[in-house]
Design a protein. Structure first.
Length: 180
C-alpha cells in the first residue's frame, strides 16, 4: 500500500464528482440536488457518486413520513445513485480494484487500505464542500458510506459530523438512535 497514491486518488475523485454533479444538475434543472454522497463497497473496490433531489425527499415525506430519515441518509435509495461522470468513476474504480487485488491476501494491508480509502473520500467531500458546493448550497448534505455493509452508527455519525452542519448531524444522530 505504501506505493498507492491517495493524494492523486483524492484529486481524481474531486474532479469526477464535480463532473457528475454538473451532469446530473444539467439533466434535471427544475429539481434541486440536495445531497451528494461518495460510497464504496465492503471490498473497497469502488468509489461511486450518488445524488438526491428535493422532490424525491418531498415525495418520501408524503408517502412514508416516518421513513424520511432513512431515505435522506441512505444513498443507495437515492434516484441518482451511481450516476454521472461514468468514465471518470470507472477509471477510479479500476485503479482502486487493481490495488485491492494486489493486497487481497494481506488482511492487515487490506484493512489499512480500506480505512484510507474512506478517509480519502471524506477529504474529497471536504474539498468539494469548500471548492464547489458551498457557493451553490452551503446546506447540501454530504455523505461517505459503504453500500453493502452494516456500519456501526458511531462511524457514520462521525462522518456526518465532519461533513455537515450541526442541524444535519443532530438529525442523523436522532435517527441512528432508533436503529436498536
Amino acid at each position: 500500500m505504501e506505493n498507492f497514491d491517495f493524494s492523486t486518488l483524492c484529486d481524481d475523485v474531486v474532479t469526477a464528482s464535480k463532473k457528475a454533479f454538473s451532469e446530473i444538475a444539467a439533466r434535471q434543472p427544475d429539481d434541486e440536488l440536495c445531497a451528494f454522497a461518495l460510497y464504496s463497497d465492503s471490498g473497497a473496490m469502488t468509489i461511486c457518486p450518488a445524488m438526491c433531489t428535493a422532490s424525491f425527499l418531498a415525495a418520501k415525506a408524503q408517502e412514508e413520513p416516518d421513513e424520511l430519515p432513512f431515505y435522506k441518509y441512505s444513498p443507495s435509495e437515492w434516484p441518482w445513485e451511481g450516476e454521472g461522470a461514468s468514465e471518470a468513476f470507472k477509471s477510479i474504480c479500476t485503479t482502486v480494484r487493481e490495488q485491492v487485488f494486489s493486497i487481497e491476501d494481506d488482511e492487515e494491508a487490506f484493512d489499512a487500505f480500506k480505512r484510507q480509502l474512506i478517509e480519502t473520500c471524506i477529504k474529497a467531500q471536504l474539498r468539494l464542500r469548500h471548492e464547489f458546493f458551498e457557493p451553490r448550497d452551503k446546506n447540501l448534505l454530504l455523505l461517505v458510506t459503504i453500500s453493502d455493509d452494516d456500519e456501526p452508527a458511531a462511524e457514520l455519525q462521525s462522518r456526518v459530523e465532519r461533513l455537515n452542519d450541526s442541524t444535519q448531524s443532530a438529525e442523523f444522530a436522532a435517527w441512528a438512535e432508533t436503529w436498536a
